[in-house]
Design a protein around this ligand. Structure first.
Ligand SMILES: Cc1cc2nc3c(=O)[nH]c(=O)nc-3n(C[C@H](O)[C@H](O)[C@H](O)COP(=O)(O)OP(=O)(O)OC[C@H]3O[C@@H](n4cnc5c(N)ncnc54)[C@H](O)[C@@H]3O)c2cc1C
Length: 400
């Protein structure tokens, strides 16, 4: 059996390696960074294993609000077109997925994948130490209209095992007493009892140890992939900044960077970055126990050990790929308004920005590519941590 080379040591590449190594394959992982989950979205994401909240991004309500997002009138979500032709083809496919029928179909397909992922996580979570918690999630809605539409979607999802329950504000407060200190009012809260949380970076570090020591997986860190080399439609080598390496079987899992590397082999991947931010601060006694998502302000609060991870903002389009202090400050201000004393905001914050690798339909791209020997596992969008074990299992099924 020939070796399988995995490109990318984010949570998607690491779980791919685990699923393949368990099937007896010889696996090597290449990454430009010096450790797993160091440089990409798997480092500081919202920490939520959001198995039931799989709502696709492209939706009729997003289209209704598009002018607001394009004019920068929503503090949390910006949609700013760029001149890049890659953006326009992605945006056209994205908007084509915003019909009610496609939104619901995409949401349900991702839910099915999330449930597979949940079952796979259940088998590994006790082997690794990653601040795992199974405390459920509350998603807060600010208006009765929002409660009504979230309730309708949850009924659809519940037919596929989501197990969600819409709670009144009083019922939500009974479930999560920290909501007594919530800085706004809310009309209802969707309770997702199966949702969990954990630190995806620590998960990846633990997985590295397991992969090296129990499965003989090798790592080539500090190695930037420049291009894929094909001959007669078949993958023959990977060109890195350290030289060329012969390879006839590889998995592309480079998060938002998958698109550029795929293009070197003539593959146009519909993956576009959506930038977000997070901070990690010490949690106080007033921090919520359950994960909380404020749907109107698009911010999540999640305990990670004795810390509080606060993540949010979604910026699509123009970006120089850098940390924007004004956007980060927006996250801090919004978080302080929502839960003024849940965390030590004045303490040193681990301030972070990352890029969600968005596909137009919010479904990850898993399968063979048109280049023989090259497989894809990318485009996990806002849910890559949640879906990673599920996509890894689906990927492994493709290999004998
Ligand atoms: C603000 C924010 C909050 C989020 N919250 C959640 C959440 O609560 N729950 C959830 O499930 N998901 C969440 N996500 C999404 C999730 O983090 C991503 O979907 C997931 O981390 C993607 O993993 P990945 O392995 O595909 O990519 P990444 O983690 O980005 O990894 C890509 C890897 O490729 C490497 N690389 C890049 N280019 C090269 C190259 N040329 N050569 C070699 N190596 C290269 C990088 O070093 C990196 O290690 C969030 C994302 C953001 C930004």
């Amino acid at each position: 059996m020939s070796e399988i080379v995995i490109l990318g040591a984010g949570v998607v590449g690491m779980t791919s390696a685990y699923a393949l190594a368990r099937k007896g394959h010889a696996v090597t992982i290449i990454d430009a960074a010096n450790a797993p989950a160091e440089a990409g979205a798997s480092f500081g994401n919202g920490a939520q294993l959001s198995y039931s909240y799989t709502d696709a991004l492209a939706s009729p309500s997003l289209v209704r609000n598009l002018p607001k997002y394009m004019l920068g009138l929503d503090p949390a979500f910006q949609f700013r077109p760029t001149l890049s032709p890659g953006f326009w083809s992605w945006a056209a496919a994205f908007l084509a997925n915003a019909t009610r029928a496609k939104f619901e179909a995409n949401t349900i397909e991702v839910l099915k994948l999330a449930m597979e992922s949940r079952r796979a996580f259940a088998k590994i979570r006790d082997l690794l130490d990653f601040d795992h918690r199974a405390t459920g999630k509350l998603t807060l809605y600010s208006s009765l209209q929002a409660v009504h539409s979230a309730g309708a979607l949850s009924r659809l999802k519940n037919a596929h095992g989501a197990g969600q329950v819409m709670l009144s504000p009083k019922e939500a407060l009974e479930r999560e007493p920290a909501l007594a200190r919530y800085g706004h009012s809310f009309a209802g809260a969707l309770w997702s009892p199966f949702d969990e949380s954990g630190d995806s970076q620590r998960f990846c570090l633990g997985l590295r140890h397991l992969l090296e020591n129990q499965y003989g997986v090798t790592f080539s860190f500090g190695t930037k992939v420049r291009a894929l080399t094909k001959r007669a439609g078949r993958l023959v080598a990977i060109r890195t900044e350290k030289g060329e390496r012969a390879c006839d079987r590889a998995v592309l899992s480079l998060g938002v960077w998958s698109r550029d590397v795929a293009a070197t082999a003539g593959i146009m991947l519909p993956v576009w970055p959506m930038q977000g931010y997070s901070m990690t601060i010490p949690a106080t006694a007033h921090a919520p126990i359950a994960s909380i998502t404020d749907s109107a302000r698009k911010i999540v609060f999640c305990r990670v050990g004795d810390r509080l991870r606060i993540a949010g903002l979604a910026d699509i389009g123009r970006s120089n790929g850098q940390f924007d202090p004004s956007r980060f400050n927006r996250l801090v201000e919004t978080a302080r308004e929502i839960f003024p004393d849940a965390g030590e905001y004045a303490a040193d914050k681990t301030a972070w920005t990352g890029f969600r690798p968005m596909s137009p339909d919010s479904r990850p791209i898993v399968g063979p590519s048109k280049v023989k020997g090259l497989f894809l596992n990318c485009g996990h969008g806002s849910l890559g941590w949640t879906l990673s074990m599920g996509t890894a299992a689906r990927l492994a099924e493709l290999f004998d």
